[in-house]
Design a protein around this ligand. Structure first.
Ligand code: DSN
Length: 423
């Protein structure tokens, strides 16, 4: 049963209610290893499902374009204050609808159309909005892309410096979506200073690790920081842009009226709740456990002959290169999903296969750690993954089904926030 319960939804629209309950059961029965996903708390779910969704609030606290902000103003202010305290930043905007709009706001705050922008290329672990060609950011700005090194799988900081000094980007992004290693914020900041560029840190993947002290912070190094709130930070689907006081006005103007209309107040409240949760001592324990689990899982996969980009992980994320295993990422991911192990196929650096059928698998430990799994479970997870990848190569569907049953059995002992099976 969903928690909070959905009696009105069941009554009004049993079709949707049924699918929501089924999705909850699916999340309960699956080993969820998608690196950008998590389970939010029932308190976050409750806040996200409130009457705050009824309210328009264009503008900012004390300066809105609609009346009736007596409660929305303090809610948004509380979310901002909690973000500032948790991350130690001078300014936070909690209105961006999600990660891509948050990143667009960074462009709007600092760049003019056609200006050069530098980011990690998408197949190397960057994000679409860091100037990739199919994104508006790659069409409306002049992208300059840096890579990871072929021999180490790590960002090539020499190349970053050379390119920055040659191309003089106005904005440099660090961070991305498939980076298994610590981001060297001080090194990026030094290069940005030398090149006269604004440094933007996209910490969407690692925000929870930073909040919990399990990854260094970009604060004091980056001029502006963007993040989603729903990955390791374990909040609702939303985003924030944080900055020094110097850039506060530019950031706020870019979000509204630059790009967005009314903020999603129900999401703002849920972000505030998640930020409060992330400031509790237990969250630091969680963040450390996420990393510890990923390290043990990476070692167990390596022991089983899997080739990991960069040779391992420093954070929540592992990127597996299946090239040597004779199977593509997509069929492997599909077989793993049938086996109750949910992850995504992913390009690996210098991939020779196409983006829709690449060579890699991306794995993350944020959700399974929330579920309560620890280091002791990781060798078993690696063994299951190996068994299924081998079974997929041989089209042995019975092995896939056997693993699905074992996964369900293990997870039945670990409660899921937001849903409990009927007694
Ligand atoms: N789609 C997100 C991820 O999975 O990493 C990034 O935007």
């Amino acid at each position: 049963m969903h928690e909070p319960a959905l009696p009105h939804l069941h009554d009004q629209d049993p079709e949707i209610a049924g699918m929501v309950e089924d999705e909850a059961r699916r999340q309960y029965e699956k080993l969820r290893l998608i690196a950008s996903e998590n389970y939010v708390s029932p308190a976050v779910l409750e806040a996200a499902g409130t009457v705050l969704t009824n309210k328009y609030s264009e503008g900012y606290a004390g300066k809105r374009y609609y009346e009736g902000q007596q409660l929305v103003d303090p809610i948004e202010t509380l979310a901002i204050d909690r973000a500032k305290a948790l991350f130690g930043v001078e300014h936070a905007n909690v209105q961006p609808y999600s990660g891509s709009p948050a990143n667009l706001a960074v462009y709007m705050a600092f760049l003019e159309p056609g200006d050069p922008v530098m980011g990690l290329s998408l197949p190397m672990g960057g994000h679409l909005t860091h100037g990739w060609s199919v994104s508006a950011t790659g069409k409306w700005f002049r992208p300059v892309r840096y890579d990871v090194r072929a021999d180490t799988g790590r960002v090539d900081m020499d190349q970053v410096r050379d390119l920055a000094l040659k191309e003089r980007p106005k904005l440099i992004w660090c961070g991305g979506t498939a980076i298994p290693r610590t981001i060297d914020f001080p090194a990026f900041a030094e290069i940005a200073r030398e090149a006269g560029a604004v440094l933007a840190a996209d910490i969407a993947h690692i925000a929870g690790l930073i909040a919990g002290g399990a990854h260094p912070s970009p604060v004091g190094h980056a001029d502006v920081i963007s993040t989603t709130t729903h990955k390791t930070l374990r909040g609702p689907r939303g985003a924030m842009v944080m900055s020094t006081a110097e850039h506060a006005k530019a950031v706020d103007k870019a979000v509204f009226p630059g790009l967005q209309g009314g903020p999603h107040n129900h999401t703002t409240a849920a972000i505030a709740v998640a930020l409060k949760e992330a400031s509790q001592p237990g969250f630091a324990t969680y963040a450390r456990q996420v990393v510890a689990n990923a390290k043990v899982l990476a070692a167990a996969l390596t022991d089983r002959g899997y080739d990991l980009v960069s040779g391992g992980t420093d954070n929540h994320l592992i990127l597996i290169d299946l090239t040597g295993k004779g199977i593509g990422g997509k069929p492997a991911a599909q077989a793993l999903d049938r086996a109750g192990i949910e992850l995504n196929y992913n390009a690996v650096p210098f991939d020779t296969r196409k983006p829709f059928d690449p060579s890699g698998l991306r794995v993350g430990t944020a959700a399974i750690t929330t579920r309560g799994l620890g280091e002791e479970h990781m060798p078993r997870v690696a063994a299951w993954m190996d068994e299924v990848v081998q079974a997929a190569s041989k089209q042995d569907e019975s092995a896939v089904e056997r693993v699905a049953g074992q996964v369900r059995e293990l997870l039945a002992s670990y409660p899921m926030p937001g849903w409990t099976p009927a007694p």
